[in-house]
Design a binder for this molecule. Sequence first.
Ligand code: 9D3
Length: 247
Amino acid sequence: MTTSIHFDIFTLFPEVFPAYLETSILKRAQEAKIIEVALHNIRDWTTDRHHVCDDMPYGGGGGMVMKPEPIFASVESVLGAPPTCPVILLSPQGRVFTQGVAEELSQQSHLALLCGRYEGIDERVIEHLVTDEISIGDYVLSGGELPALVLIDAITRLLPGALGDPEGAWDDSHATGLLEYPHYTRPPEFRGWVVPDILLSGDHARIARWRRQQALLRTLQRRPDLLEKAELNDSDRDFLAGLSLEE
Ligand code: 9D3
């Protein structure tokens, strides 16, 4: 069986997507039919002369609200009514996107991504069309387009065959839980800054141990929250215990 996902993106700014979708892994994944991405401009489903997609909020207040009619018309004309696939609204109010959420969504064969703009979307869209709301983190963006690309990128990387190099897939899944060790490439000395000797030693067991310890050290220093969920073995714990004493 072969896994593939069809993404339907509903947006007022379809033109922002192609450059990223036509680059590197996402480009190859589309060529290999691992993913398909269809872009739909919500404005194409307006019926008024000026193609208006926003309006003033009932009850007053600042900003504009996305009107429900063109959103329902676009989503239902592409997906049918009611849609049978998840309809995900990218929204600051959503559950936060994580690698775990990416893994969950990678099990679907069809996903609709609805990108909000303006101050918000008419709540009836959320109540009666949207099945899931996702945020990519606690900072303010201008709309859901970049978050939609973030989802597509993270989900596609999990699909079989999407990463040309199978090492990469292995590394990704096994690195979860810890930050990465530092990477070096040639030259061995650059502006007087040298590559750690051990990496040039050819001693693969010592190199693997050093990398693991660097990953543990960095995670402790920068993301101690990750250490609580990480899968640690006895020698990891010995190393970390030894560190806390040194300070
Ligand atoms: C500053 C305005 N906000 C408070 C009144 C409301 C607001 C509305 C719309 C804030 C951001 C947006 C547009 N953002 C998204 O559509 C969005 C988003 C984000 O801003 N951060 C993280 N994830 C996401 S997913 C969609």
